[in-house]
Design a protein around this ligand. Structure first.
Ligand code: XLS
Ligand code: MG
Ligand code: MG
Length: 388
């Protein structure tokens, strides 16, 4: 029986803001004290994590002086090198400060849009200094409660202009970032622009350098939109755009919960792990979640350990699924092959099209055949429930 202990080779990462979450919510104060970044690094390394990600202000307060910034960065870098953790991803906090209350890149105020660009370029400098190669853009405040301002089309244009500008900045500085857009349907705004993976994929195609932009899909965000996370991730993979991933869990139809990975929907988590492992995704697996507000610091580390263990347990189940003869036989029966017809549908030629149009299909037989999905799904459940 494997012991499911993570190692850096598993490439698990956490945000400073995740294990550093103090439990504050819109109705209640913090329930846990602030933990300093170097301490978080030390504890994550001890648990077997690979890296740590950050927003600029997770490490450097928004009003820090240059000297304070440099001291905090040095202390953080020392902890990273002492404990062998890397910073694969960085991002900008464009949502906490009241200046961004009506958007950052999509604010109707040109001064706010300019400040958002400036703040992001400084944060990109910080990320590059720490070695980050992925730059996440979550547009938390990019949205509206009311559309009386009439900025829907303008906002998309401002957003596009800002992303184009930041890509040029990255290239001109030699940072070589790959930008990962993180869609979310709502919270903290009533309606956030580019609300789903599909919306972001469509938008990327309109950018000047689409090759530099991809996705950072999050389990909770697609679930909040009532969508299937594995389906969204499959589309990102198919488009060659899965640049990063935020793993957590979420009850559908609720506020943004950021639950421990697999806590709510282990079956969805299984199909997600299967997709990541079998598609060859090689990037970090980032847990963007936090311990329940009820928990003390011991609960925080139980949460972090739990996220990684659940991933490893599901990865083991994926291997068992691939080795299970009965499951593989059911899968083979489900995927019906037909050499003659596949030859005709593989490539369009006038001759193939003509032969296909002339082919006599047994429509009744096609409609009558049962594909065996009930049995296959039950086998999957029994594997997940630990009885096979
Ligand atoms: C919030 C987002 C946020 C981003 C990073 O819901 O998940 O944590 O991942 O800004
Ligand atoms: Mg989130
Ligand atoms: Mg996230």
């Amino acid at each position: 029986m494997p012991d499911f202990t993570p190692t850096p080779a598993d490439k698990f990462t956490f945000g400073l803001w995740t294990v550093g979450n103090t439990g504050r919510d819109p109705f209640g104060e913090a329930t846990r004290p602030v933990l300093k970044a170097p301490y978080l690094v030390e504890r994550l390394a001890a648990l077997g994590a690979y890296g740590v990600n950050l927003h600029d202000n997770d490490l450097v307060p928004i009003d820090a002086t240059a000297a304070q910034r440099d001291a905090l960065v040095r202390e953080f870098q020392q902890a990273l090198s002492d404990h062998g953790l890397v910073v694969p991803m960085a991002t900008t906090n464009l949502f906490s400060d009241p200046a961004f209350k009506d958007g950052a890149f999509t604010s109707a105020d040109a001064r706010v849009r300019a400040y958002a660009l400036s703040k992001t370029m400084h944060a990109m400098d910080l990320g590059a200094e720490l070695g980050a190669s992925t730059y996440v853009l979550w547009g938390g405040r990019e949205g509206t409660e009311v559309d009386a301002g009439g900025k829907l089309l303008d906002a998309l244009g401002w957003f596009r202009d800002s992303l184009n500008y930041l890509a040029e900045y990255s290239e001109s500085q030699g940072y070589g970032y790959r930008f990962a857009l993180e869609p979310k349907p709502n919270e903290p705004r009533a309606d956030i622009f580019l609300p789903t993976v599909g919306s972001a994929l469509g938008f990327i195609a309109t950018l000047d350098r689409p090759e530099l932009f991809g996705l950072n899909p999050e389990f909770a965000h697609e679930t909040m939109a009532g969508l299937s996370f594995p389906h969204a991730v499959a589309q990102a993979i198919d488009a060659g755009k899965l640049f990063h991933i935020d793993l957590n869990d979420q009850k559908m139809g609720r506020f943004d919960q950021d639950l421990r990975f697999g806590a709510e929907n282990p079956k969805g988590a299984f199909f997600l792990v299967k997709l990541l492992e079998e598609s060859g995704y090689a990037g970090p697996k980032h847990f963007d979640a936090h311990a329940l507000r009820t928990e003390d610091e011991a609960g925080v580390w139980a949460f972090a350990r739990g996220c990684m263990r659940t991933y490893l347990i599901l990865r083991d189940k994926v291997q068992r699924f691939a080795q299970d003869a009965e499951i593989q036989a059911a899968l083979a029966a489900y995927r019906v092959r037909d050499a003659e017809l596949e030859a005709l549908t593989g490539t369009f030629t006038p001759a193939n099209a003509g032969a296909l149009k002339a082919h006599a299909f047994d429509r009744a037989a096609l409609g009558t055949r049962g594909p065996g999905l009930e049995a296959l799904d039950q086998l999957t459940m029994e594997l997940l429930l630990g009885v096979r």
